[in-house]
Design a protein around this ligand. Structure first.
Ligand code: OSB
Ligand code: MG
Length: 369
C-alpha cells in the first residue's frame, strides 16, 4: 500500500465542562486529525496536542510544522507491505512523539480498512470488552467535585481519578472517601509536588488510593523512586515515560509500580505496545491514559486497551463526558457496567463524520499529495 495523500485538519472543540489540572484550566481542546488516503480509502489518526505547551512541549502548531516539513516526505512513494511501526521512519526527528503518533495511527487505520480488519485485532488485542474510568478536574468548590464524583459513580465508571495539587488534595480526598468508602479511587498531580512535600504526600496513604499518578517532576525517575520507597500507595508514571527505554529505566530504579500508557505520548501504537509488553513481562499493571481526544484518538485508545496487559480501568470515557458532538458516529458509549466494547468493523471501527470535521476545523492542508 502507498499513502497517496496526507492531510492535516486542525480542530478546535469546546468541552462540555472546563478541565482543570495543576497546570491550568481549559474550556476547549485543539487537536490535529491526520487523514491518510489510499485507493479511495481514508485512515484517521489524531495528534491530541493542545494549543499551549503545558502537559508536553508539543502543541498543535509544532506538530503541524513537524509533520508537514519533516515527517510527510518520508511516506512519499513508499510501499508498505503490512501494518507496522511507521514511526521508525521518523527516528531522524528527535522527540515530537505526538506528531509521529498521529501519522502512525492514520496509516494503521488505513491498513485496517484495506485489510477489512479492526485495528485492535491487528495490534493483537484480546479483550474486546474493556473496563473504564473517568478523570475529573479541579473545581472551584469541593462540593462541585463531589457532585461530579456522584454522577460518575452512578454512570458505572469503574474507577474515579481526581486531579490534585497542594491545597486541593487531603480535604478533597477525605470528602470523597466519606461518601464513597470503597470506590476505586486515584489521584493525578501532574507534577505539582517535589520531594520537599514528602511528609505531606505520606498522608495520602490514609485514603486507600489505587495509585498516585505523576506526583513529581515531569522528567524525573530518581525522586519518584525515593517517594515510592517511602509511601504505601503505588506510584504511577505518566509524563516521565516517553519511550520503551524510559519505561525500562523507571522499572530498574523502582520509580513506579504502575504505568499510564498514552500512545500519543510515546510516539504511536507500536511503541505503546512495546511498553505494554515490557510491563507485562515485569508484572507491572498498565492502563490506557487519555488527552481529551476527539472520537478519532479515543477509538485508537480503545483499540490499544484491548491488549492483555491493560488490566486496570483507563481514562477512556464516553464521548458525552468531553464533547456535546463527537466527530465519530456512533459516539463512544460506556455500558452501565462501566465497560467499553471495541467495535468489530475494519480500522478504528467508527465512522468519522467529515461534516463535523469541517464544523470544528480552523485550518486544513495537504502535506503530501
Ligand atoms: O495527566 O492524564 C493526564 C488530560 C489532559 C492532559 C493530561 C491528562 C489528562 C487527563 C484526562 O487526565 C484524560 C482523559 O480523560 O482524556
Ligand atoms: Mg496524568
Amino acid at each position: 500500500m502507498k499513502i497517496e495523500r496526507l492531510e492535516l485538519v486542525h480542530l478546535r472543540m469546546p468541552l462540555v465542562h472546563f478541565f482543570e489540572t495543576s497546570f491550568g484550566r481549559v474550556y476547549g481542546h485543539e487537536v490535529i486529525i491526520v487523514r491518510a488516503e489510499s485507493g479511495g480509502l481514508v485512515g484517521y489518526g489524531e495528534v491530541p496536542a493542545s494549543a499551549a505547551p503545558r502537559y508536553s512541549y508539543e502543541t498543535v502548531t509544532t506538530a503541524w510544522h513537524v509533520i508537514r516539513d519533516f515527517l510527510a516526505a518520508r511516506l512519499k512513494g513508499r510501499e508498505f507491505a503490512a501494518p507496522g511501526p511507521v514511526s521508525e521512519l521518523f527516528s531522524f526527528v528527535r522527540g515530537h512523539n505526538m506528531a509521529k503518533a498521529g501519522v502512525e495511527m492514520a496509516v494503521l487505520d488505513l491498513f485496517g480498512k484495506s485489510l477489512g480488519k479492526p485495528v485492535w485485532q491487528i495490534l493483537g488485542g484480546t479483550q474486546q470488552e474493556i473496563p473504564t474510568g473517568i478523570s475529573l478536574g479541579i473545581e472551584d468548590k469541593v462540593g462541585d467535585l463531589l457532585d461530579r464524583v456522584d454522577e460518575a459513580a452512578a454512570k458505572g465508571y469503574l474507577r474515579i481519578k481526581v486531579k490534585i495539587k497542594p491545597r486541593w488534595d487531603l480535604l478533597v480526598l477525605s470528602e470523597i472517601r466519606k461518601r464513597h468508602p470503597t470506590i476505586p479511587l486515584m489521584a493525578d498531580a501532574n507534577s505539582a509536588y517535589t520531594l520537599n512535600d514528602l511528609e505531606h504526600l505520606k498522608k495520602l496513604d490514609a485514603f486507600d488510593l489505587m495509585m498516585i499518578e505523576q506526583p513529581l517532576a515531569y522528567d524525573d525517575y530518581v525522586d519518584h523512586a525515593k517517594l515510592q520507597a517511602a509511601i504505601k500507595t503505588p506510584v504511577c508514571l505518566d509524563e516521565s515515560i516517553r519511550s520503551y527505554d524510559d519505561a525500562r529505566r523507571a522499572f530498574e530504579l523502582g520509580a513506579c509500580r504502575i504505568l499510564n500508557i498514552k500512545q500519543a505520548r510515546v510516539g504511536g501504537p507500536y511503541n505503546a505496545k512495546m511498553i505494554h509488553n515490557l510491563s507485562k513481562a515485569r508484572g507491572v499493571p498498565v492502563w490506557c491514559g487519555g488527552l481529551l481526544e476527539s472520537g478519532v484518538g479515543r477509538a485508537h485508545n480503545i483499540a490499544l486497551a484491548t491488549l492483555p496487559g491493560f488490566t486496570l480501568p483507563g481514562d477512556i470515557s464516553a464521548s458525552e463526558r468531553y464533547y456535546r458532538e463527537d466527530v465519530i458516529d456512533p459516539p463512544v458509549i460506556v455500558s452501565p457496567q462501566g465497560t467499553l466494547k471495541a467495535p468489530p468493523g475494519p480500522g478504528i471501527g467508527y465512522n468519522v463524520d467529515e461534516k463535523r470535521l469541517s464544523r470544528y476545523c480552523v485550518r486544513r492542508e495537504y502535506v503530501l499529495s
